[in-house]
Design a protein around this ligand. Structure first.
Ligand SMILES: *Cc1c(COP(=O)(O)O)cnc(C)c1O
Length: 376
């Protein structure tokens, strides 16, 4: 037992609570006071949702935007918009957000698990190819933990077969691939405005699509005489100013993420994020900054490692549980899903508010992670 570690009673590297989220600025305060002044804070209809729809259409270069109550519902509405029917199959990663599996079940389709890339978190196109069947009706492609999914390779396989892509950009608002925003590559895309996300309204989401048909189907499902899964005017009001800032903040987070990846390099036990898409015109967004922690090489069981890093004052957590242990009654698994198993068992994540702090804070974060990595 290393007495220097904070978890064993030593002094923590950072002697303060991790940075909080969301951050209110003057523009957000101004939007809220306008919504207060014109009464829209308590109204069904007002200009705020209209304005938000226009902004998202512009930002994502899409024709249709449907606002809704969460990213989870946006994924489900996306599947409904695609007209996914009972008994058809929808492919997703063996490692993904749990709600995506549920959304497939909610439309009474059958989830098919394809493996993610080696040392990463996003779908492997070759594995998706293996997962195809004559029942495949859609693929959910999630951009996860700052890693861009190989969306163009996937589309190259799927487009000739007329299999639509639902792009999950809940973790990546404002991210770009070759100068185009992630979210405009899929046939339909889902955004989240949840309370921990990069665009936060406490709750909320949106569906984006170029297709009038997909939009109409989703909208009809969402309308029960009134909107069934609405986003409120006040939620829409606080999102406007955040859209103004997202590009700038994503740049800062990217710079800091690179510093932290660099500063924690050199231990074999920590597999860092590798960007599969690179280049000047490609900019990720970091909801979480991920590593794979090899518990054998590090000597740390993952839960203990995360608790030790937290004790040093750093906002670290474990990743998703993944779906590889789900029964064959609930899903079809393609191949051994080795990379998905690794991602499910080894992922550790740094929460994004840390990435908006200055470089000297990032250096302390590295010091804390390195202290725990080396100090079993
Ligand atoms: C958060 C998240 C969602 C769902 O968003 P909610 O608004 O929390 O329902 C979907 N997919 C991914 C990858 C997410 O991280």
């Amino acid at each position: 037992m290393n007495p220097n570690l904070a978890i064993n009673g030593g002094s923590p590297v950072i002697n303060a609570a991790p940075p909080s989220w969301p951050i209110a600025n003057n523009a957000i305060k101004e939007a809220i006071s306008q919504a207060l002044a014109d009464g829209s804070w308590g109204k069904y209809e007002s200009r705020w949702t209209e304005k938000l729809i226009e902004r998202l259409q512009e930002l994502y270069q899409v024709e249709h935007v449907l606002l809704c109550s969460s990213g989870t519902i946006a994924v489900e509405l996306g599947l409904r918009g695609l007209g996914i029917s009972e008994h058809s199959e929808v492919i997703l990663g063996g490692y993904d957000f749990p709600g995506n599996f549920r959304a497939i079940e909610a439309v009474q389709a059958f989830p098919v698990l394809a493996d993610v890339i080696t040392g990463g978190w996003v779908l492997d196109p070759l594995e998706v190819q293996q997962a195809l069947s004559d029942k495949t009706s859609a693929v959910i492609v999630s951009h996860l933990h700052g890693q861009l999914a190989p969306i163009q390779e996937l589309k190259k396989i799927l487009s000739p077969l007329d299999i639509p892509v639902l792009e999950d950009v809940c973790q990546m608002p404002g991210a770009q691939f070759e100068s185009r925003p992630l979210g405009c590559f899929g046939d339909v895309a889902a955004l989240s405005f949840g309370g921990s996300k990069l665009l936060s309204a406490g709750r909320g989401g949106a569906l984006l699509t170029q297709s009038a048909e997909i939009y109409q189907r989703a909208k009809i499902y969402n309308s029960r005489g009134n909107e069934a899964f609405p986003l409120s005017q006040l939620q829409a009001a606080v999102l406007g100013p955040q859209l103004d800032q997202i590009a700038e903040l994503n740049k800062t987070r990217h710079t800091r993420a690179l510093e932290i990846i660099e500063g924690t390099h050199g231990t074999e036990a920590l597999g860092p994020l590798r960007q599969i898409a690179r280049g000047e015109t490609t900019l990720p967004a970091y909801y979480k900054l991920p590593w794979l922690l090899d518990d054998v090489k590090s000597g740390w069981p993952r839960g203990d490692f995360v608790r030790a890093v937290q004790a040093e004052g750093v906002a670290m957590d474990v990743g998703f549980r993944g779906f590889t242990r789900r029964s064959s009654r609930r899903c079809r698994q393609v191949g051994p899903l080795l990379n998905s198993r690794v991602a499910s068992q080894q992922t550790i994540l740094l929460h994004h508010p840390t990435l908006l702090e200055p470089s000297d804070y990032a250096a302390l974060v590295c010091e804390a992670i390195n202290k725990v990595t080396r100090g079993v």
